[in-house]
Design a protein around this ligand. Structure first.
Ligand code: BGC
Length: 414
């Protein structure tokens, strides 16, 4: 290109530029559910990286994770796949690979040394038959409890350390006219709250055993009854507007102080950052009350539809390389609220909450899987979300009935 400029001047440069880009551009349609303010700011960093390397990005945002995942799968089955689509590592990604729907990006992964840079759990879950079928971009934690410092101050309460303490605190907040919990009302959001209660009440070993074995005795245990009792005790502390509310609306309620607490994955931090607030300052972050230190993880990836054309393969490989690029992972994760999937990236530019997450997961005993996309098959994941949501939204189910329907639905689904 430089030679052209010298020889034939500006017109030739522009022409050369245009033809070079149309010859080399790898066009990728990217299907994802990152439609909130923080999410859009974060994905823009990947897009920037892709375009800077000559790629062309066609954006297909679809609001809501389950709608977006259904669209990605339906389009693959219908013969009109997106080049690249957002997903998460774990059981459900494996199900897609088992059906032969995914392409691998092993060449890129080998070239960039992904094996040495990813935590072993993520490395294994991102592979199928020994080859990478997805590009891991981050680690999110789902057992965070965000809070509005001014709201707590107004009610004269501090951050509770146990669930009984939480319930006392919530009562005081309510008496002071503040909504104690800003909760979005969709089954997956109610499940995030439930799983945090389960971790706090039953402990991390119980959580790990219950969801890895789906053992009926564990699911019917007294411990599980206590989990349902505690979960039920939180119902009065959510406002009437909760059903159907989207997660980022619930995050906004906590940011502006209408609600004091918000239980959500740390993508909520993306909204906090987009609102110009430094996480860990006026909006605080701690883990949901629990004695055991643990991180309920979900790992965002982009997966690659099985498309057998050179152009699509080139676009997919370019995209995988961009997503694993250290600078892209830093810029993306700073806006997303998550921490990089790569372990070799310096931490110093991340906020206090992210630093705490990074420190926590150094101990592999803290690693727990989300039941959303990571830890259980899709049928079980759906059964978990549905029964928890039914219980949460039913005025007259007892905790015993909640526990029983939970066990039953999981037994039928597994
Ligand atoms: C994803 C996050 C995303 C959140 C809300 C989760 O499933 O892991 O990246 O921000 O959904 O859209």
């Amino acid at each position: 290109m430089t030679r052209f400029t010298k020889v034939a001047g500006l017109t030739a440069l522009l022409l050369a530029g245009a033809s070079a880009s149309s010859l080399n551009a790898q066009t990728a349609e990217v299907l994802h559910w990152w439609t909130s303010g923080g999410e859009q700011a974060a994905i823009a960093e990947i897009r920037k990286g892709y375009e800077a390397r000559g790629g062309e990005w066609i954006d297909t945002p679809i609001a809501g994770g389950s709608a977006a995942r259904a669209a990605a799968v339906n389009r693959m089955l219908g013969g009109d796949p997106a080049t690249v689509f957002q997903f998460a590592i774990g059981e459900q990604l494996r199900e897609l690979a088992d059906q032969g729907l995914l392409a691998d990006v092993e060449n890129v992964a080998a070239g960039q040394g992904w094996d040495d840079k990813l935590p072993p759990l993520i490395m294994q879950a991102a592979k199928h038959d020994g080859k990478y079928i997805a590009a891991p971009i981050n680690i999110h934690g789902e057992n965070w409890m965000f809070y509005n410092g001014a709201a707590l101050e107004k009610a004269g309460v501090s951050v509770p350390k146990s669930w009984p303490e939480f319930i006392e605190t919530a009562q005081k907040l309510q008496d002071a006219g503040i909504i104690p919990i800003g909760l979005g009302g969709q089954p997956w959001q109610e499940r995030i709250l439930f799983n945090s209660v389960m971790l706090g009440v039953a402990g991390r070993d119980f959580y790990a055993r219950a969801y890895s074995t789906l053992d009926e005795d564990l699911l019917m245990s007294d411990t599980m009854l206590k989990v349902f009792e505690t979960f039920a005790a939180l119902k009065p502390f959510v406002d009437e507007g909760s059903p159907g509310r989207r997660w980022n609306e619930a995050t906004a309620m906590m940011i502006d102080g209408r609600a004091a607490f918000h239980f959500m994955g740390d993508w909520a931090k993306g909204e906090i950052i987009a609102a110009g607030i430094e996480p860990g300052s006026s909006v605080g972050c701690v883990f949901a009350p629990a004695e055991d230190l643990a991180y309920i993880m979900t790992v965002d990836v982009f997966a690659f539809s099985n498309i057998d054309t050179d152009a699509a393969r080139a676009a997919q490989e370019k995209m995988a390389g961009v997503m694993f690029d250290p600078d892209v992972q830093i810029a993306f994760n700073q806006k997303k609220g998550s921490i990089p999937a790569r372990m070799d990236i310096p931490n110093d530019s991340f906020d206090d909450c992210a630093q705490y997450a990074i420190k926590t997961i150094q101990d592999p005993n803290t690693h727990l899987v989300s039941t959303g996309l990571f830890g259980v098959p899709s049928s079980v994941s759906g059964a978990i979300d549905d029964t928890i949501s039914n219980f949460w939204n039913s005025a007259d189910m007892t905790p015993e009935q909640g526990r029983d329907s939970f066990r039953q639905a999981i037994a039928n689904a597994k």
